[in-house]
Design a protein around this ligand. Structure first.
Ligand code: ARG
Ligand code: ZN
Length: 853
């Protein structure tokens, strides 16, 4: 069983096969002798037989390790080595395992385990990277305290927990909290810190640091404020305090994901922590604040209480995403955050849930767990928590959370444990609710209404289409928040949560004097696709009057989609009623500017393609793009008289502040500039570029100019100004691809892959170009297949270096079944070309195989 699976038949792991490890780990001592190509790792681990385990098979994971020596209770042993680890005969009582291994951080381009980024050592161990550092039972249910000694010449050498002894050439750390190996971290390099302090609710003084490369010191202040706000918020809202003497954050340039919650030593992709007004946009600031919060919140939801196995990933990720969303809603605007999250869920999770990669929030099988850090596990996982909270109510939710922390602190848990806490504390039976965790696919909810004798009836039907490996779907518990308005816009029934549990179900509202206008699925109360046959008049009414901001926005979104679809399928003109509604909204100064900016943001072309496919129409990416252009052009022309005035009136005065108010106003101003650029020969955009004193307005101006194909000089100027700033250069790369006319996009992207500053080894840079191409819908889906071909070429080049990022980028091809036979065939050709690559990674092989299935 421990032999490496032949590359044609990768091993599949199943939830149902869970068994505890045969041993418990009582303590871990590690010594690192750092050298870029020959780092030595010495481990000393106390094992004891695990009375709860079915067998005592001693298997330690280990990959790409050179075993120098190993001992049990001080005596040399000769274990049996395989590609995935080692086995060894061990005593029937507690014993000490010691090993010395050699690893090569310099050669580690996969960015998993111990690797080097710009001359600095760092680690990424989640999910299964620790086995590339030393031999160990690398599974989250094996928890232990860690003591670490780092030997090297680096100025700063960090690990988890509290600092211990430190001297010339070494630094020691001790983490008193038992943790799984995936939370281990080590960083060493020429770093400088931005220090601060925090005093916890119970008066404990905590040292805080953000560690960065020299030169980045001026980009730490915002992240530090976000950290302190997160610490305060978690105390106030969840009653959770920090539990070590220090909290360190490190910024790393080469990182596969956003960030990592290692105990006491969070490691961040530099794009997710470094911020300054000159180099970061408002969107960057908001995202940084959210990710700092997310990683910090993991200290309780993830670290103090972790996952029994990786199938339970949503236990920590769904909950922590939910918590960071609550935090952002509290720090900024709750309705705006909710709308942003719905846009994001529909853009990333719905395609996953409705395609070949669909999997339950708690998956039941995987080949490579890194492929399951998905929008479904994270974002749908967070939606599931939101539904649970809506069903039990706020108070019961926080009571259940208190019980969760009390009952499971220090444990590695399952979704069953989580659900049980809610059942025990509320007395509710949540058996049916668990379907949200076990059954994949986005439920379709249709609704019909009737009014008779003062009684208004809403009748809902739910169905979930089959997903790979799951033909049958049971009805889910769906909380449907509903409000009723009367024709003058007053609310006659305030928001009420209807609890749908059956395939078909009616709900009655009595004593109404007139037929009401329903506002359904308020605040996006469930991650479902709601369909309702209704008139454009009613949608326009809700867009003007709904008291629920989410549904007010949603009504506009529905109008936008309907108009766009009519343009594509019937050659209709942009809907006049919708254009009128937009014009009055954009001028309505009583409305939050951020909200107006969202209403003015058109649905993405990919979203229109999906909507068409849902109606059985094969989407034509070029036609969808043309409709989007025509619509925007018409809106700009209709508004032409007021655009210059609106542009001036929404300009933010004074020094740059990244707060929600100013950011919202800048977002609206940016939407208006985009429209204005369509009618003023790009004059205003050029002027804004000239005078820009922050990245938000500079970036917006350049985007408008490039889109108008009038930005060559400014693009050059931008390049010269920022060529030494990696994060700003990522924007420069991405913008050119994102704004390119469809027929030019693949060529622009291809040329950029040959630019001297392009490097396939840096995930941010790779994503800047290839991610932007995959998101330029009509560009990526050029009929000649050049977009697909370029992506496949790049993925084939990246796979041997970095399987994780390669596999993740394959998702760009997951929607292939939407398109016409010609495009399908071209995508299939590329998928098969990737699959045929000799020595293809397990990561990419699994993704491509699932997409092809
Ligand atoms: N736990 C991290 C977070 O959510 C993500 C780490 C994912 N890493 C990976 N290799 N899949 O913040
Ligand atoms: Zn997380």
């Amino acid at each position: 069983m421990n032999d490496a699976a032949p590359s044609t038949q990768p091993e599949t792991f199943y939830l149902k096969d869970y068994a505890p490890f045969g041993f418990v780990v009582e303590s871990v001592e590690l010594t690192f002798r750092l050298a870029p190509e020959t780092t030595r790792v010495l481990s000393k681990i106390r094992f004891a037989p695990n009375p709860d385990a079915p067998d005592r098979h001693f298997f330690l994971h280990g990959e790409k390790l050179k075993l120098i020596s190993s001992r049990i209770n001080g005596e040399a042993v000769t274990p049996v080595l395989t590609d995935t680890g080692l086995t060894c005969d061990v005593p029937d009582q507690p014993f000490t395992w010691e090993a010395e291994v050699e690893i090569n951080p310099q050669a580690n381009t996969a960015l998993e385990g111990l690797y080097m980024s710009n001359g600095m050592y760092c680690t990424q161990c989640e999910a299964e990277g620790f086995r590339k550092i030393t031999y160990y039972p690398d599974r989250p249910d094996v928890m232990s305290t860690f003591s670490v000694r780092i030997e090297g010449e680096e100025k700063v050498m960090l690990s988890n927990g509290n600092p211990g002894d430190r001297g010339a050439g070494y630094s020691e750390w001790h983490d008193p909290w038992p943790k799984p190996a995936y939370l281990f971290a080590l960083v060493a390099g020429d770093l400088v810190n931005h220090p601060d302090r925090f005093s916890t609710g119970s008066g404990k003084d905590v040292e805080l640091n953000i560690w960065v490369r020299p030169g980045d010191e001026d980009k730490c202040a915002f992240g530090m404020e976000a950290l302190k706000k997160s610490m305060t918020w978690d105390e106030e809202v969840y009653g959770r305090e920090y539990d070590l003497d220090v909290f360190n954050i490190v910024a790393v340039d080469d990182f596969n994901m956003g960030a990592m919650e290692n105990k006491g030593l969070n490691i961040f992709n530099s794009s997710c922590v470094l911020a300054s007004p000159e180099t970061s946009t408002d969107a960057n600031f908001e995202r940084i604040e959210a990710i700092i919060a997310h990683e910090y919140f993991h200290n309780w939801t993830g670290n103090r209480i972790t996952c029994r196995d990786w199938f339970q990933l949503c236990l920590k990720e769904g909950l922590t995403v939910y918590r960071d969303a609550q935090f952002t809603a509290d720090m900024r605007s709750a309705p705006v955050k909710r709308i942003e999250d719905a846009i994001d869920l529909r853009a990333r999770q719905f395609p996953e849930d409705n395609g070949p990669l669909a999997h339950p929030v708690r998956p039941e099988a995987f080949q490579e767990i890194n492929n399951f850090y998905t929008a479904t596990v994270y974002e749908k996982g967070a939606e599931v928590i939101g539904m649970l909270k809506r069903l039990v109510g706020d108070e019961a939710y926080y009571t259940a959370l208190d019980l969760y922390f009390e009952r499971h602190d220090g444990q590695a848990c399952t979704i069953e444990d989580w659900i049980k806490v809610f059942e025990d504390s509320t007395g509710r039976d949540l058996a049916q609710f668990k379907n949200w965790y076990s059954q994949a696919g986005t439920p379709r909810v249709s609704v019909q209404d009737s009014y008779e004798g003062g009684t208004y009836t809403l009748t809902f039907r739910q169905t979930t289409p089959p997903t790979p490996g799951q033909d049958h779907k049971d009805p889910k518990v769906i909380p449907i928040a509903v409000g009723l308005l009367n024709p003058n816009g007053d609310e006659v029934v305030p928001t009420t949560v209807l609890e749908m549990t059956k395939a078909e179900q009616s709900f009655r509202f009595e004593g109404l004097s007139a037929r009401p206008i329903p506002s359904i699925l308020r605040d996006f109360s469930a991650p479902v696709i709601l369909t309702r046959e209704t008139s454009a008049e009613e949608r326009a009414f809700l867009l003007a009057h709904d008291t629920d901001p989410f549904n007010r926005w949603e009504a506009g979104r529905e109008l936008a989609k309907a108009s766009r679809i009519a343009m594509v399928t019937e050659g209709a003109s942009p809907d006049a009623q919708y254009l009128d509604a937009l014009q009055s909204l954009v001028r309505d100064d009583a409305l939050d500017p951020a909200f107006r900016a969202l209403v003015l943001s058109p649905p993405s072309e990919s979203e229109i393609a999906q909507a068409l496919a849902d109606q059985g129409v094969t989407p034509d990416p070029d036609a969808i793009h043309d409709a989007a252009e025509t619509f925007a052009q018409t809106l700009a022309q209709n508004l032409s008289d007021s655009l210059p005035r609106l542009f001036a009136a929404t300009k933010v005065e004074g020094p740059y502040k990244p707060d929600a108010r100013d950011a919202g106003l800048r977002a609206l101003n940016g939407r208006i500039l985009a429209l204005l650029t369509r009618i003023d020969g790009a004059e205003a955009a050029a002027k804004q570029f000239e005078t820009a004193d922050n990245m938000t307005v500079q970036n917006t101006a350049l985007a408008c100019l490039l889109k108008a194909e009038k930005g060559e000089a400014q693009s050059q100027a931008f390049y010269e100004q920022w060529q030494d700033d990696r994060l700003v250069m990522d924007k420069w790369f991405a913008l050119q691809v994102a704004t390119a006319r469809p027929e030019r996009a693949p060529g622009v992207a291809e040329a950029l892959t040959r630019h001297p500053l392009f490097t396939i080894k840096n995930p941010n840079r790779f994503r800047a170009v290839m991610g932007a191409l995959s998101m330029n819908h009509a560009g990526f889906h050029q009929a000649d297949g050049s977009g697909y071909r370029l992506l496949a070429d790049q993925l084939i080049a990246l796979d041997p270096l970095n399987p994780q990022t390669t596999a993740r980028m394959c998702t760009a091809l997951q929607t292939w079944k939407r398109y016409d036979a010609d495009r399908q065939e071209k995508i299939l050709t590329e998928l098969k070309r990737i699959k045929a690559v000799d020595g293809l990674s397990r990561d990419t092989n699994e993704m491509v195989s699932r997409i092809l299935d």
